[in-house]
Structures are given as C-alpha cells and as structure tokens.
Design a protein around this ligand. Structure first.
Ligand SMILES: NC(=O)c1ccc[n+]([C@@H]2O[C@H](COP(=O)([O-])OP(=O)(O)OC[C@H]3O[C@@H](n4cnc5c(N)ncnc54)[C@H](OP(=O)(O)O)[C@@H]3O)[C@@H](O)[C@H]2O)c1
Length: 250
C-alpha cells in the first residue's frame, strides 16, 4: 500500500449489491454481512485490510448497527487470526491491533459495545462538545478515550485524519458508514476504495431507506470524483474492485 508523505493515507472498504445498496436496513439486523451473503473471501479481505491498518475509522451509525462487532482482523475472519498477526508484525506495525476511531456528533454510544471495550484494542471517540458531555454520563472502558474536536456540530473530515495522524497512523482504513465516507469524499480525502460487488439486487422504494456507500452529499457532473481502476479480482460470483482517486475527469 503506497503511503503518502503529507498526511495519513485513507482507504475505504465496502460491499455493495449490484444496484449500489450497502445495507438493507439501518437497524441492527442488516449491514455488510447481509449484503455479501457473509461471503468468506470478502471477510478475509476485510481482515487483510484491517491487519495492515493503523486506524480503523467508523461512524457511530455503523457501530450502533453492529452491536456485536469489533473492528479487528481477528474478529472478521477468526481462522486467519494468527496469519494476520504474523503479517502485521512482518509489516513492522508497532501496535498489535489497529486503533478504532469512532466519529460521533451526539456521543450516543453504548460503552459496553464489544468494539469499544475490548481491553487490547485502543479506541478514540472523536466527537463534539455536546457528544463529550453525553459520554461523560456513561463510563467508557479503560481502553477508550474521548477527543473533542472543534466547535462545530460535527467533526470535520480533516480533523478525523488529524486524530489518526496524532495517534501515529500512516494508514487509516475507513469502514464507513456511508455518512463518514460522504464527509471524506466531500473533503477530497479518500485515496483508495476497495469495493466488493455482491451479485444480488436490493432495490429501493419510498419505505426502504437504503444507503449507497456515499451519503449526505451530492456531487455535480463537474465535481464528481473519478477513479482509476487499480485491480479487479473475482471469487465465485463476487467481484473485488480496487480504485484509486485523484484521476482527472475523462
Ligand atoms: N456494506 C458495507 O460495506 C457497510 C459498511 C459500513 C456500514 N454499513 C451500513 O451502513 C449503515 C449505517 O449507515 P450510516 O450512514 O448511519 O453510518 P455512519 O456513517 O457510520 O454513521 C452516521 C453517524 O456517524 C456519526 N458521524 C458521521 N460523520 C460524522 C462526523 N463528520 N462528525 C461526527 N459524527 C459523525 C454521526 O453519529 P451520531 O448520530 O452519534 O452523532 C452520524 O449519525 C448500517 O446499516 C451499516 O451496517 C454497510
């Protein structure tokens, strides 16, 4: 993974249906797993990307939608845990686990969530003053700390990177959700996208809120970022696409 010299490199990983849906619902029973069909090779790739990341960045919506999740390689593909550990140490990464950075404006997080409370996984909640005030009323686990960033109603995307940089990150893996990615894309801060395409169609209607991987922003024809296709791989009927941003409009 080429690392930038000016700031942490930011990559994202998503799985989408053929028609661009990344979750059938935003409640607890529906996330990327249902989209990929819990496809083992997709989980393996998620683990690989986590294994080489210094930071895994997620939004609070994704944390709330995944109440049993932990943002580590070992969690997503248990049978490869030892291999991931070995590769991580071969890469010379100092920390045994990537730091989980959670973006939350409101601070509405369950401190007992396994992704926030595993003792060996450092967690930083990047939030606002209001979010920090809310979090002060709950007891976060010892591995987790709160960082108040700025005075706005949300955390600016460059500040999310700065939190990663000050935690020593060269590589930040963003696993969404769609609103965090929207912020990163709007700020031009996403370097690469790993996108798995699952061979199913979800559809949308007025009753079904079904996000694509980029929400909360709408580019124009003139501002839409284009990407370079870096690699295409296939496992069964699933496609594994890797894109790099920064390409000019064709
Ligand atoms: N298919 C996939 O690969 C994939 C990947 C990830 C997620 N998902 C799915 O996507 C759905 C969640 O979508 P979502 O858009 O709600 O997820 P999200 O982007 O993770 O969460 C949105 C929430 O994150 C916080 N947030 C986002 N940007 C922020 C910022 N700049 N500053 C401060 N807080 C910020 C806010 O939390 P507060 O409300 O706490 O202020 C906001 O309400 C779930 O169903 C999840 O399973 C799918």
């Amino acid at each position: 993974m080429p690392l930038r010299g000016d700031r942490p490199t930011v990559i994202a990983n998503f799985v989408s249906t053929l028609d661009g849906v990344v979750a059938f619902d935003t409640d607890e029973s529906s996330g990327g797993g249902e989209v990929s069909g819990f496809f083992d090779p997709d989980r393996f790739v998620m683990g690989l990307l986590r294994a080489m990341a210094d930071v895994v960045l997620v939004g609070a919506g994704t944390v709330r939608a995944s109440p049993k999740h932990e943002w580590t390689a070992r969690h997503v593909h248990r049978s490869s845990a030892a291999l991931y550990d070995e590769w991580r140490s071969q890469l010379g990464l100092a920390a045994a686990q990537p730091t989980t950075v959670v973006a939350s404006a409101r601070g509405n997080l369950d401190p007992a969530h396994p992704g926030l409370s595993a003792p060996d996984v450092p967690v930083i909640v990047a939030t606002t003053r209001a979010g920090a005030a809310h979090l002060a009323t709950v007891r976060l686990a010892r591995n987790a700390r709160v960082e108040v960033v700025g005075t706005a109603a949300a955390v600016a995307a460059p500040d999310l990177l700065e939190i990663g940089r000050s935690a020593g990150a060269g590589l930040i893996l963003c696993e969404g959700g769609p609103h965090v990615i929207g912020d990163l894309l709007e700020s031009g801060l996403l370097d690469e996208l790993f996108l798995t395409i699952a061979p199913q169609i979800a559809g949308r209607d007025q009753d079904a809120e079904r996000f694509s991987f980029a929400e909360g922003l709408a580019f124009t024809v003139a501002t839409a970022p284009w990407a370079e296709l870096v690699s295409v791989r296939r496992s069964g009927e699933h496609l594994f696409l890797r894109y790099r941003f920064g390409r000019s409009r064709p």
